[in-house]
Design a protein around this ligand. Sequence first.
Ligand SMILES: [Zn+2]
Length: 84
Amino acid sequence: MPQPRRSKKQTETEDYGWVISFGCKTEGVLRRLKVDTDPAADTRPIEVPCLCGEVHRVTVSPYRRRRAADEPFDLEVVSLDELR
Ligand SMILES: [Zn+2]
């Protein structure tokens, strides 16, 4: 007997990491830091080595959000622990 064909869609959300936005006061722009692991577990401030050459202290919790698939970013780390 022919089985009705069910389209088996992958509905799981793909993981593109997280984005933490931070302001670069030196250059007056908003930059994006990509993090592979969910930064929610630890919201201590991080120190980001910015493209401008300085290290910016960034508060984590209010700015974290899921990264879109095609969203550009300026910096990338696996874990925020690298920046503490
Ligand atoms: Zn900067």
